[in-house]
Design a protein around this ligand. Sequence first.
Ligand code: ATR
Length: 264
Amino acid sequence: MKKYLVIGNPIEHSLSPKLHNYWFKKNNINANYDKKKIKKSEIQEVVSKIKDNKLDGLNVTVPFKSDVIPFLDELSEESRITQSVNTIYMHDKKLIGHNTDIKGFELSLMETQFELKNKSILILGAGGVVPSIIYALEKLGVSKIIISNRTKQKAENLKKNFSNINVVDWGDQPEFDMIINATSLGLSNEDNLGLNFNNIHKEKLFYDVIYNPKETNFLRTGKNLGCKVSNGRMMFIYQAFEAFKLWHKVQPEINEDLINFLDA
Ligand code: ATR
């Protein structure tokens, strides 16, 4: 039986095992997918299990997506530029790190049917997922990416790999067509970004990377303004979809049944 694992800290909330094990069953794949909370000092040991044939693949989540890099032999172009790895596998006796968050974000955007070409995007936050979001947005041909983060220096640091981004002060509200909450504010129902959207008109897209709760205060605000809204659920499903394809060379099905199963 093949074995897969997602590592992170915290990890209790992760729905990856539920999703991958569901797809194993549907596709008659003899495998098991588990989750493990680890410390940074344990990364090397876990990663080496793939080389020792004790594991067949790894997903990596917060906060280790950069920390795993020194233990890998090769990185995909996307992982190298974002310095972020969420999927690991063996190929030709080499440990490869890949980033499927980028494609996951991109495919989730396709579903919103929001036209992004030549649009202005405001990203709130500068944490681990933001380089993947910027990479995808640049590929999709947006005209402007503006980053606003409480700790401004962290946003400025992103310019090393993404020289075209613009950085504004936390609390500033430049014009945008799409706004993305990539902060951890919203995980609690009381969380509020404290922004004032009075001058916002319809036909904007409010996108929250958070998917639990399904509707954050940020998304509720967008909805009340008559804007399009999307949470991070489809990004989560599509990053798993891309990892599944890499590992098993099978395209798993995404449908209402699956979404209801994950919600249950
Ligand atoms: P990390 O920053 O370690 O990569 P993350 O969960 O990926 O962690 O990112 C958390 C994001 O939420 C950061 O952009 C963080 O802002 P700082 O860089 O200033 O820490 C943001 N964030 C968390 N709590 C916040 C708060 N109370 N107000 C504003 N932004 C907050």
